[in-house]
Design a protein around this ligand. Sequence first.
Ligand code: NAP
Length: 275
Amino acid sequence: MAEANESRIFPDHLFMVGCGNMAGQMLSRWLACGLDPARVTVLRPSGRPVADGVTVVTDYPDALPPGTTVLLGMKPYQIDDVAAALGPRCSPDTRLASILAGTTLATLRAHFPHVRAIVRAMPNLPVGLGEGVTALFTDERTDVEAKAAVDALIQPLGLAEWIDDEALFNRITALSGCGPAFLFRFVDALARAGEAIGIPAEQAARMALATVQGSANMAAEAAVSPAALADQVASPGGMTREGLNVLDADQRLLALLTDTLAAARNRGEAMARGA
Ligand SMILES: NC(=O)c1ccc[n+]([C@@H]2O[C@H](COP(=O)([O-])OP(=O)(O)OC[C@H]3O[C@@H](n4cnc5c(N)ncnc54)[C@H](OP(=O)(O)O)[C@@H]3O)[C@@H](O)[C@H]2O)c1
């Protein structure tokens, strides 16, 4: 039974080009969810081992086994060299997923002209815990079956959302891709603010993190939106309301986060132009 489930989720063979911070998190989650390591080959120049049973190579094999899904997980600027070596080893039935930031589907199609199924994915780091966010995009050359197969592969990583407009990628990257760093900053600021009003620093740090974690879990389970939850827990004249009034004044928290995301988005657009 477990085997049947596993074979519905995972490809017959997974060939990963690069397995660093991001692709490594994805692989560790897949292995934790039952992917057979014997079905995985990782190409990485260092040849460093990845996980028990996973084959690591430093050069391309002569051919990819039938039923291979390729995950491109190296740096975006390496696409020319990787495609020159990998392209001839792909068959029309090879499925290709790319997590290369800023590398458009058109660029991928130009590099792998005879591969039919190509999907762009933008994951974030909590995918390693199965609590990530991954945006997905493809075009009509990827058939329904291939699209479903990539979707099934991404599902164990957390929330997976297909987008219709590729231009959204950069904006989504600003939100969910960069979001973990913004949240880390928020947790740290909450802790330091606690310290500023007289809570011992280490205790404030522990409590700030646990508060954010518990509140995020609570919001995820709640029947109402986070905006409504905030009002529900703030009685008129109470402490929470007084604090919210500060965050809400002139929509300062919203303005701060809008500026933050816009700056990240703008940087992504500049990088895509080669700036
Ligand atoms: N980090 C994130 O939060 C994040 C989020 C979304 C998307 N991405 C995308 O994920 C990709 C990888 O980012 P990362 O942060 O994981 O980088 P990374 O940790 O530096 O990993 C890069 C990987 O590429 C391998 N590599 C280097 N040169 C190669 C070559 N010529 N051919 C094949 N593989 C090669 C490296 O091999 P060794 O292991 O042997 O050094 C390493 O495994 C990027 O395209 C990025 O846009 C990253």
